[in-house]
Ligand binder design. Structure first.
Ligand code: 5AD
Ligand code: SF4
Length: 423
């Protein structure tokens, strides 16, 4: 979601003929987009703002947007008086007010819901992989999570708005569409005639577009994985065989304290249905270790579920107490050294599963999407349908097909190597 927001902010500046620079000392406007999901990133924000203040041109305007901006509010001006603006994740469309009048100081951290989507300028050229937000906010209230506070209650955009953005993206360069939302599979929009649209309707309509070759969505809440959506994996080949559906913990006790009301059996049953619909589907998860009260036995259950589901491309985090959340006040907070130890063990387990899965891809031919050159410029990077990175030697003619059949020749934990079938 933050990548998307940054992209829209960049497009607003682009529309005003501004040019991107990597050099803070050279910039006329500097915007720090921020995340407050975990404490570590939040802590870095103010030291980074201090560094920017000391490096930037004296008259360059600078400000902070995103969830840390919303959380800090006017306090951000007290900490860094030189800041020109502080805009929350739902009010960055107000940025032009600052560009029109750099002497104003702008504070807006309101939860305006969908207003920004109406006010942002239409995109004129879309990246090959285009993110399309379809809902914002979250009604789930997991006890560790600051999102319901920073991004507010769940709201779905209208079907027509989403399809207008998707069509524009398809017509201006998108090949892959990734529908976005904190709780993306909870998407539900009822129009003025009483007709209700769901994520499966968006997928079906998008798959009709000849320009779009791949469709995915993130992030999904387990209990909202309804049968109509699961069915899409069976009937719609453009929908990638890959799904991020965070379980967070494998312990029923911890899940209860997290306020994530699903049973392990229920969760595994959904995975079963998904695998019946698309036998090669791969599942990714987010995990939190060291949630308050998590015992060694609870943690073992997390390792156990990771091995049973054989998750790939997953994210694991140490529990981080956040303001405005219930878990921050819970007893039995887990000491940092135990969190660190558990994270290392979980990461090792996940990496080992990933390596094994990557090795099963050797000798297979996968249809992959071009992502760009690698750091050395000597190789091309492609993305497989399971979201693995695949490194391919540059063809002699210097071309890089957007979609290509690639035969996988080698694999390690982090990536695959392959060669074009047609060259
Ligand atoms: N501490 C650690 N991880 C968190 N996440 C959300 N809140 C916290 C927190 N307080 C993780 C969850 C979520 C991902 C986006 O960030 O795993 O799925
Ligand atoms: Fe946060 Fe996701 Fe839980 Fe919503 S479902 S409260 S965004 S972790």
């Amino acid at each position: 979601m933050n990548v998307y927001d940054s992209w829209r902010i960049a497009a607003m500046l682009d529309a005003r003929d501004m040019i991107a620079t990597n050099d803070v000392a050279d910039a006329d406007i500097i915007i720090l987009n921020t995340c407050s999901v975990r404490e570590k990133a939040t802590n870095k924000v103010f030291s980074e703002l201090g560094r920017i203040r000391d490096t930037k041109k004296p008259d360059a305007i600078f400000g902070i947007v995103g969830c840390v901006a919303r959380e800090a509010g006017a306090n951000a001006f007290h900490r860094i008086p030189e800041l020109n603006f502080v805009l929350g994740p739902q009010s960055y469309h107000k940025l032009p007010m600052i560009l029109d009048d750099p002497d104003t100081r702008l504070l807006n951290i309101d939860l305006t819901g969908l207003e920004k989507f109406d006010e942002l300028p239409q995109m004129t050229h879309a990246p090959v992989v285009s993110y399309i937000p379809i809902q914002e906010g979250c009604n789930h209230c997991c006890t560790y999570c600051i999102v319901p506070y920073t991004r507010g209650r769940e709201i779905s955009r209208s079907f027509d708005d989403v399809m207008r953005d998707t069509t524009t993206a398809a017509k201006t360069g998108a090949v892959e569409i990734c529908f976005l939302g904190q709780n993306v599979n909870g998407y539900k929009y009822t129009d003025e005639n009483g007709k209700t649209f769901k994520l499966s309707d968006l997928i079906r309509a998008t798959a009709q577009m000849p320009e779009i070759q791949r469709i995915r969505f993130t992030s999904s809440y387990p209990t909202e994985m309804t049968d109509d959506l699961i069915e899409m994996f069976a009937v719609e080949p453009k929908l990638l065989p890959f799904l991020n559906m965070p379980i967070q913990s494998g312990s029923p006790d911890v899940l209860e304290r997290m306020n994530r009301p699903y049973s392990l059996d229920g969760y595994l049953e959904i995975i079963n249905k998904l695998r019946n619909a698309r036998p090669d589907i791969q599942i990714s998860s987010d995990f939190i270790v060291g949630f308050p009260g998590e015992t060694d036995a609870d943690f073992e259950q997390t390792l156990d579920i990771a091995r049973r589901v054989r998750y790939i491309n997953s994210y694991s985090f140490k529990y981080s107490p956040r303001p405005h959340t219930a878990a921050a006040l819970m007893p039995n907070q887990v000491p940092e050294n135990i969190k660190r130890e558990r994270l290392a063990i979980l990461d090792n387990t996940l990496n080992e599963i990933q390596r094994e899965f990557n090795e099963t891809c050797i000798n297979k031919v996968l249809i992959c999407l071009y992502e760009g050159a690698d750091k050395t410029g000597r190789h091309l990077l492609y993305r497989t349908p399971y979201m693995q990175q695949c490194i391919v030697a540059k063809p002699k003619d210097g071309t890089a097909p957007t979609m290509a059949e690639i035969k996988i020749t080698a694999a390690n934990r982090a990536s695959l190597r392959g060669k074009f079938v047609l060259y």
